[in-house]
Design a protein around this ligand. Structure first.
Ligand code: FES
Length: 145
């Protein structure tokens, strides 16, 4: 049912963790299953993603797609990172079963949410970037207070 690459990234996920003082942090929730994904980006002054880490309360497919997505965006500039869709991530994993396609959206949307956070912190506009509807970063802040 799952490709070897999916199994590899699920059993040995890359870039799991957090980044202190990250340039951007994005947290999104999957409306279908309630799973949550958080991505941390470390972006340098040339707008290159130097480091990326993720944490998730998500299923195996969410772990595998996020692991692959972090590998794909690392070292890219923010415009290139924006072009990495969930489809590109699934292709890189040799596909996902149809019922698991929605899981791959978490990684794409968490990256977009982290880029949105980075843009807001730096007072810039990233062309082509929209705030993901699944962005729950603000809700979390309200819970914290
Ligand atoms: Fe929730 Fe896969 S079932 S992310």
């Amino acid at each position: 049912m799952y490709s070897e690459k999916v199994m590899d990234h699920f059993t040995n996920p890359r870039n799991v963790g957090e980044i202190d003082n990250a340039s951007g942090v994005g947290t999104v929730g999957n409306a279908k299953c309630g799973d949550i994904m958080r991505i941390y980006l470390d972006i340098d002054e040339d707008k290159i993603i130097q480091d990326v880490k993720f944490k998730t309360f998500g299923c195996g497919a969410a772990v595998a797609t996020s692991s692959m997505a972090t590998e794909l965006v690392k070292g890219k500039d923010i415009q290139e990172a924006l072009k990495i869709t969930n489809k590109a991530v699934m292709d890189a994993l040799d596909g996902l079963p149809p019922v698991k396609v929605h899981c791959s959206l978490l990684a794409e949307e968490a990256i977009h949410a982290a880029l949105w956070d980075y843009a807001e912190k730096n007072g810039i506009v990233i062309e082509g970037l929209e705030k993901p509807k699944s962005d729950i970063s603000e809700e979390e802040h309200t819970e914290e207070y």
